[in-house]
Design a protein around this ligand. Structure first.
Ligand SMILES: *Cc1c(COP(=O)(O)O)cnc(C)c1O
Length: 352
């Protein structure tokens, strides 16, 4: 007997399995979420849209593209939004990759990359991070062949934390052919304080083959509403829009995103508080003797190797994100939760 069969590209893609549920949401340092409530004005604007959910959303995302345009100084046709920047990445890779093509990205990096890439049927080339957990851009440039259509650069890199420098990105872009799309994933850009860090928008200003990905999920604290976007030359943005399901981003989400952009001062304050907590956590962990890579994001990475699962269990009730055999990613949460994590980490070290 035969039965319908999905594409073979799906055979290697794992079914999403949620991690261990946090004992309480307050102790959840496993998903790089923002610990703060929505920004001022966001709930009120979203509530207005809640009252008219019998209507389809604005498929043209006029207000959102207008607000992004005003903020970033690029015309609205430079943007392509979707239900989180992960969805935008899926659309982008669908628009630019097919079987026989190649995509290059660093590894370990963001877990959505293999899923989005494999679904297209293209061949993946993973380039290992350097020992200090940074991208090896020379090796990535060397991995580009005449079949390579897309390269992803994640800066700061999830889950390890370091940024790519502006000088390194520039050299990399010089080395990569103009017809290879370079996706600069800036999901954590608001938390970056290193003045030498790469700036995707600056790279985009001088290159047609750069796409920047940004999201409202992290610094803006709208992870549950699913809004992210690409910034690209209009022809690239158009191809992403074509590959995105219509009416994907609800009016509720669009309004919340626009209201968040209007609350810049409150956003800056919160982001700065999270950065201060990050600096304190890195200092505290290094003071305990941990090898912590530099981080410019809202998380820190502990390369624990074989001790990953043991450590993750030992910091209970705090939940962290273990990558078995590699390391543990710890998101920056509320100060008292961060303090509890640091205390648990010290206790674990004392026993090992
Ligand atoms: C969280 C994250 C995203 C964005 O996620 P969405 O919620 O889908 O916008 C994109 N890239 C990286 C590297 C991330 O960590």
């Amino acid at each position: 007997m035969s039965s319908p069969r999905a594409r073979r590209a799906l055979d290697e893609i794992p079914v999403y399995r949620p991690g261990k549920a946090a004992t309480s949401e307050d102790h959840k340092l496993s998903s790089n979420e923002n610990p703060y409530a929505p920004l001022p004005g966001v709930m009120e604007r979203a509530a207005v849209e809640l009252g008219r959910i019998n209507r389809y959303p604005d498929a043209g995302m006029t207000a959102l593209y207008g607000a992004l345009s005003a903020r970033l100084g690029l015309s609205p046709d430079h943007f392509a939004a979707g239900t989180g920047s992960v969805a935008v990445l899926f659309a982008l890779l669908n628009a630019h990759l097919e079987a026989g093509d190649e995509i290059v990205y660093a590894w370990r990096s963001f877990e959505a990359y293999p899923i989005a890439a494999d679904l297209t049927g293209a061949t993946t080339v993973r380039v290992p991070l350097r020992p200090d957990a940074t991208h090896d851009l020379d090796a990535m440039a060397a991995a580009v062949t005449d079949r390579t259509r897309v390269v992803i650069v994640c800066t700061p890199n999830n889950p390890t934390g370091p940024v790519v420098s502006a000088a390194d990105l520039e050299r990399f872009l010089d080395a990569v052919p103009d017809d290879v799309l370079v996706v600069v994933d800036e999901a954590y850009v608001e938390f970056v304080r290193d003045p030498a860090a790469a700036d995707g928008l600056a790279a985009l200003a001088s290159r047609g083959n750069v796409v920047v990905l940004r999201t409202f999920s992290k610094a803006y604290g709208l992870a549950g509403l699913r809004v992210g976007y690409a910034i690209a030359r209009p022809d690239v943005a158009r191809s992403i829009r074509k590959a995105t399901p219509p009416f994907a981003v609800t009016d509720l989400s669009q309004a919340a995103a626009v209201a968040s952009l209007d609350a810049q001062d409150a956003l800056d304050e919160r982001v700065e508080a999270i950065v201060q907590e990050r600096v304190a956590m890195v200092a505290a962990l290094r003071g305990q003797g941990w090898q912590v890579p530099d981080t410019e994001a809202n998380f820190v990475w502990l390369p624990l190797g074989d001790d990953v699962m043991d450590f993750a269990a030992a910091v209970d009730p705090v939940s962290v994100r273990p990558f078995a055999g590699e390391g543990v990613r710890i998101s920056i949460g509320a100060p008292e939760v961060n303090a509890l994590l640091v205390e648990r980490a010290a206790a674990w070290r004392a026993l090992h």
